[in-house]
Design a protein around this ligand. Structure first.
Ligand code: 26Q
Length: 820
């Protein structure tokens, strides 16, 4: 066992002590939840020592800091992950066994902190893990939502959202730090005050309302290196609780208003994924956590440095999509209004400190705020953005004299709206996409004009995932097998997985590899039985699509294909067919009606297919309720086939695709996002690629010429499946239930083009690729080789590699090691 602070007997004593202190109980009397709290407290104790050590080291070394600013951190459970990174997992497992507890059951007591929607939020969590493991000084900055992403229940086949009260029993891995509270100001107006001493106009916000931002810190444990970084999430508190004298002054109304303002800011995470909703509360959330985070960062910088002009040498603010773009204006405000700098000085510093990551090219995800809303809520910030815009337009005019078209397309404020992406690009020194194809599309299409103006700002950082959670913790059997074959260096250097390649055609290795897959399928089958009451055969092909539900991700194409297969089996019962279990997991945004109807369709098909005795269990369909980080770990480990079937050009990167690959699942997918790079690593022959290319899709979109009706008219298989949406086959005779889905594919009633995501265009190619999957799976050795090679070739997709590239090419951080 590696060097860590765990002594088994001491740890057991500490758990007993904690149960006594917290609950006045003996260990025999305590519930599993209470044991979880007691164990977590014992673990936190060890972490805190390293946390202090790390802070001391940072104070001594004064390394450059990255602040990763994000509205979302989809952390998943902390206990198991912390034990893994402390290299104490097995010891604690044994200690608990000796006390009569099962660590897995204890881990299951932890709420799954779901302060994120999907890919973007989970990426932020993987990045924090890699930053700590690689020894870089990094702070995550976000919001302490009281309710995370809703829990999903399925009732009568429909999604029902249930509030996620994750703080209900107290969360053991957070530390409240009220002494670092910051004031955040909203509303009011800006008064211009001439200062004869400096000859400057000063801008003073008056008549505003304040909220107090209280930080809560969560430890981010690096792997086996004693480094513990910090995720700082801000909670809102009414300032009047601190300033009771307001009442004395008789300003009762303001006190109540401020109280109300504070009340709802941190209530809930907006459950939209890849979709923008221009809600005032969302804008408040943005400014709330940005203002607090930037104030704290500047204060910290000033403690040990005396010249703010050197800020870019010591600090980078990385913007996780446009949601934290307010950073640009808030930093300008502090430098101008509080530090008394000139515009030019402040702009020079800001544009060398901020950097922006783009995560989507979906038009409906682009953030645009109406200026009335913006200027009322944030008058001084709006004023600053107006000036940024005025100067930016001047720059455009200088570069393209008389070209109004450029101004129209690139201005930060235009048509009564503030365009956050434009502000992020103008206000920073780096713009990156999240996979090679995505970055190319940004440069050639979506952000073409900006690329032309600032080619040097643009760069690619292909996403990655942390193997510590998604292999070492999630798939212990495979993790041990890998370590037995190539040593444990892969845990911090995933490229070493390529050493497994020599085993790809080794009979024994293949058998062991597939046996582990089988055991993981048994584990998932048990979970499905317990949670869904559906019996699935672990010998069938586990074909999995888990991700947020969105039309562009095409869960609909997957389920239409299942309907097609079912028709085939019914028509040709004698047909050779390898048993397959189609597994879905997906949350739909609460207001996304068509996505929710797709969930109903999946469950309706499941009902019919799973209960049809005549097909002898050849086909099963399972919708796993409440897909989230904790069950994801188990699902990836059990997958044979990874569904990555987005309309080409729409998925910026995808990260689930990488988690499947790492766990030895074979991809069926389009040439989209990071799939392109996955195929490049593993080889065409070890993946199943189909469908329109991104160029073909973009060409249709720009020039028209796509007619889904042709497929309906000319292809009887497609026609049959589509008719089954409106003839009651899956709706107990109700012709209307799924009509919206049918219409979305064929009818041009709405202003949208029918079949926006080219499902009918790709359907046959998809079915044919699925046929190839089936044939390949029948060849046991051939499949084992493919699966093993997927794991062996997944080294590129570690977030350690991604972070190292951010460090080398954008952040330029200093590596830190803890002395001794
Ligand atoms: C915006 C405004 C108002 C409310 C919500 C939002 C909002 C929230 C979340 C907009 C977008 C998101 C999330 C986007 C996202 O998760 N994108 C994914 O990012 C991954 C990590 O880079 C990529 O792998 C995925 O391809 C991309 O879809």
């Amino acid at each position: 066992m590696l060097d860590n602070n765990f002594k088994k007997e001491e740890f057991k004593k500490s758990v007993k002590e904690n149960v006594k202190m917290l609950y006045r109980k003996t260990i025999e009397e305590a519930s599993q939840e209470q044991i979880f709290q007691a164990v977590s407290l014992a673990v936190k104790d060890v972490i805190i020592d390293n946390w202090l050590l790390t802070q001391k080291q940072y104070e001594k070394d004064d390394p450059k800091i990255v602040y990763y600013l994000s509205m979302e951190f989809l952390m998943g459970r902390a206990l198991g992950n912390n034990l893994i990174n402390l290299c104490a997992y097995n010891e604690v497992k044994e200690a608990l066994e000796e006390l009569g507890f099962d660590l897995n059951v204890i881990e299951d007591q932890e709420p799954d902190p779901a302060l994120g929607n999907g890919g973007l939020g989970r990426l932020a969590a993987c990045f924090l893990d890699s930053l700590a493991t690689l020894g870089y000084c990094a702070y995550g900055c976000g919001i302490r939502y009281h309710y995370g992403l809703f829990k999903q229940k399925i009732e009568n086949g429909f999604q029902v959202e249930v509030p996620d009260n994750w703080l209900k029993d107290g969360y053991p891995f957070e530390l409240r730090r009220p002494e670092y509270a910051k004031e955040v100001k909203f509303g009011g107006y800006v008064k211009v005050v001439y200062d004869p001493a400096t000859g400057r106009n000063n801008f003073v916000q008056e008549g505003y309302q304040s909220v107090l931002a209280i930080p809560y810190d969560m430890p981010i444990v690096g792997y086996n290196n004693k480094i513990v970084n910090t995720l700082r999430i801000w909670d809102a508190q009414a300032i009047s609780e601190f300033q009771l004298d307001l009442f004395d002054k008789g300003d009762y109304r303001k006190a109540v208003e401020q109280e109300n303002l504070a009340k709802n800011i941190c209530d809930v995470l907006y459950p939209n994924d890849n979709h923008y909703a221009g809600k005032e509360l969302r804008l408040k959330q943005q400014y709330f956590f940005i203002s607090a985070s930037i104030q704290a960062a500047i204060e910290k910088y000033k403690k040990s440095h005396n010249d703010l002009h050197d800020l870019p040498k010591k600090v980078t603010f990385q913007l996780n999509d446009t949601h934290p773009t307010m950073t640009v204006a808030e930093l300008m405000r502090i430098l101008l209004d509080e530090e008394g700098m000139t515009w030019e000085e402040a702009w020079e510093i800001t544009t060398h400190t901020c950097a922006y990551t783009n995560h989507t090219i979906m038009a409906e995800a682009l953030e645009k705020w109406p200026i009335e809303l913006f200027s009322k809520l944030l008058p001084r910030i709006y004023q600053i953005i107006e000036e940024i815009n005025r100067r930016f337009i001047q720059e455009i005019n200088n570069k393209y004299p008389g070209n109004q078209e450029k101004v129209r397309k690139m201005a930060i404020i235009y048509d009564g709206q503030v365009k956050m992406a434009h502000l992020a690009i103008a206000g920073g020194y780096s713009v990156n996409g999240v996979a090679r194809l995505h970055t190319e599309i940004l440069k050639k299409q979506e952000l073409k004009d900006f690329y032309e103006m600032y080619p040097n700002k643009f760069n690619n950082k292909t996403n990655g995932i942390t193997q510590r959670r998604f292999l070492l913790h999630g798939n212990p059997l495979l993790a041990d097998w890998v370590t037995d074959h190539i040593g444990d260096g892969w845990i911090t250097d995933l490229a070493q997985l390529s050493k497994l390649k020599v085993y790809a055609d080794d009979k024994r290795a293949q058998q062991e590899f597939m046996n582990i897959k089988y055991q993981n399928k048994v584990r998932l089958a048990k979970y499905i039985m317990e949670n869904n009451g559906i019996e699935v055969d672990p010998r069938s092909i586990f074909d999995v699509q888990v991700k947020r539900l969105h039309e562009y991700k095409r869960q609909l194409m997957n389920i239409l294909h299942v309907m097609y297969l079912y028709n085939q089996i019914k028509e040709h019962p004698e047909m050779d067919f390898y048993p397959r279990t189609f597994i879905f997991g997906a949350k739909a945004a609460a207001g996304y009606v068509r996505a929710k109807l797709t969930i109903k369709l999946i469950n309706a098909v499941a009902d019919v297919v799973n209960n049809d005795k005549s097909i002898n269990g050849k086909l099963k369909v399972v919708f796993i309720e409440n897909y989230r980080v904790s069950n994801a770990e188990m699902i990836f480990a059990a997958a044979d086939v990874s569904e990555q079937i987005s309309t080409a050009s729409k998925e910026a990167s995808g990260t689930g695709n990488m988690k499947f690959m790492l766990n030895g699942a074979v991809t069926i997918g389009t040439m989209d996002g990071a799939n392109v790079e996955i195929v490049e690593e593993v080889g065409q022959e070890n993946a199943f690629i189909f469908g329109l290319s991104s160029d073909e899709v973009i060409n249709f979109e720009n020039h028209g010429g796509y007619d889904p009706m042709q497929y309906f008219n000319n292809d009887p298989d497609i026609r049959n499946v589509l008719m089954q949406l409106i003839n009651g086959t899956y709706s107990n005779g109700d012709f209307e239930l799924f009509r919206d889905i049918y219409d979305s594919l064929l009818n041009t009633k709405s202003s949208d083009r029918a079949d926006t995501y080219f499902i009918l265009a790709d359907f046959k190619a998809y079915a044919e690729a699925q046929k190839r999957v089936e044939e390949a799976y029948k060849d046991e050795a051939g499949w084992a080789e493919k699966a093993l090679l997927n794991t062996a070739c997944s080294g590129k997709f570690t977030s350690d590699r991604t972070i190292q590239q951010y460090v080398d090419e954008i952040w330029h951080l200093d590596k830190v090691t803890i002395d001794k």
